[in-house]
Design a protein around this ligand. Sequence first.
Ligand code: C2O
Ligand code: CU
Length: 466
Amino acid sequence: VGGIVAAVPVEAAVAELTSTADPASATPFAAEMPVPTVLRPTSRTRDTDFYDIRMFDTTAEVIPGLVTGVRTYNGSFPGPTIRAARGRQVVVRHHNGLAVDTSVHLHGGHVPAGHDGHPMDLLKPGATREYHYPNAQAAASLWYHDHAHGLEAENVYRGLHASYVVTDEHERGLKLPSGKYEVELQLRDARIEQDGTLTFTRAQSRPHLLVNGRERPHFRVAARKYRFRVYNVSVDRFMSLRLADGGEFVQIGSDGGFLAAPVGLTELRLSAGERADVVVDFSRYKPGTSVVLQNTSALATENPDVLRFDVGFPAYDDSRVPPVLLAAAALPPATVERRFVLEWNAAQARYTINGQVYDPARVDVQAKLGTTEIWTVVNADAPAPAPNFHLNHNFHTHQTQFRVLDRNGVPVRPAEAGQKDVVMVAPGDTVRLALTWKNFTGRYVVHCHQLPHSDYSQMLEIEITA
Ligand code: C2O
Ligand code: CU
C-alpha cells in the first residue's frame, strides 16, 4: 500500500467508534476554567527563542470526576501557549511520543514551506524535528495543531490544538487589557461517554462544549475590561456566541490581527478554525452577579451554555480600546483570478474542490511570488437539516492571510474585513477573497477547515514559484 493511499482514511472513518449509550452528564459550571499555561523557552539567544514539546497520550479531567484519555502537546489539554514577539525567531523542537503520525501546522503563520506542517511532511512515532518560525508578521492570535493527512480531524479532536500568540510594539502601544486580563478561550465540542471516554465521531452529536479543556466551566472575573482571544478549535462545529443578557462586547481583531477599528457586537460567529479578539467590559455588572456565554447555534437538543462569568469586585483598569486600531494596508491590483467550488460528492462519498479529491502528487494551483489574486469560493451544496451540519464549508489558506471582499456580491461586515485565514462559506454562498503571495516559495495546501472534510480530501496542493 502506497503512502498516499494509506493516508486516506476511508476504512477508518467507516469503522468509526459509535456509542449507543447516553453521553456523560455534567453539573453545569461546576469546574473552574483553566487558563492555558504559557510555555517557557528551553533557551534563548539574541534573536531566537527555543522550545521543546513532546506529544504524548495522557488523561485529563474534562468533566469533574471523570478520567478522559487525550492526545497532548506536553501533557496539557489544550496544549501550552507559545507567546512570540514579532521579529524574534521561534524554534520548536517537537518529539512525537504518540503511536500515530503527526505534522505540526502553525495556523495563520507566514512560514517557509519546509516548516509549515504540510500534511505529507510527517513526524512519525518516535521522531523529533524542529520547526522554525520567523514571526515576521503582525500581532495576531495564531494556533498550532496537527495536520497529518487523513488524521488531522481525529488528532485535533483528541487534543492536539494550542494557541500561538504573536505580539508586537504596535499592540503594546494600544494599551489594551493585558497580563491576567488578557485570556485565551479555546472553544470546541466533544462527546464524552459516561466512563469518561472521548469518542471521535463524525455522525453522532458531540454535546459537550469545552472551554480550555473543561466542560462548561465558570470563570471568576473582576468588574473591569478583559481581552479574550476566542478560538473555535472545534473540528467542524459552527458557533454563534452571545452573552445571555444580550450585552454588547467589542471585537478588535480577527484571524490575522487587529481590525481597522473596534466593532460593537452582540453576537460573534465563528466557524471551525476562526479566531476573534474581543473586549468585554464587566464593570457594568454588579459584583456577585453572573453572565453566561451561550452558543445560539447549538442544536435544539443541546444545552446552549458555554461558560459562566462570575463577576467579582471592581479592579483598577487603565486599559482602553482606542478608536483606531490598525490602518488597513491597500490591496495591490489583482492580476489572476481563480474559482473553487466546494461540494460533497455522494457517488465518491468524498468532499471535493472543483470535483476533485486531494492528491498530494498533483499540483492544483501554480502561483507566482509577488502576485495578487482574487479567488471566488463557492459552496455548491444545499443546506441540510440539523443535525447534519456536514454541508457547511469554510476555506483556509496556508502561506498567507487574505482579505474577504464580498459574500454573494455584498461587501462583508467590518468584523470580517480584516486579515483572515479562514472564511465561512455557507451552503449556496459565493465568497470572494484577495490574497498576495509573499516571501516564500514551495508547496503548501489550501482546504476546507471542517477537518472531517479536509481529511476526506477537500484540499488542494498549491505551488508558489519565484
Ligand atoms: Cu488550521 Cu491547514 O489548517
Ligand atoms: Cu467542507
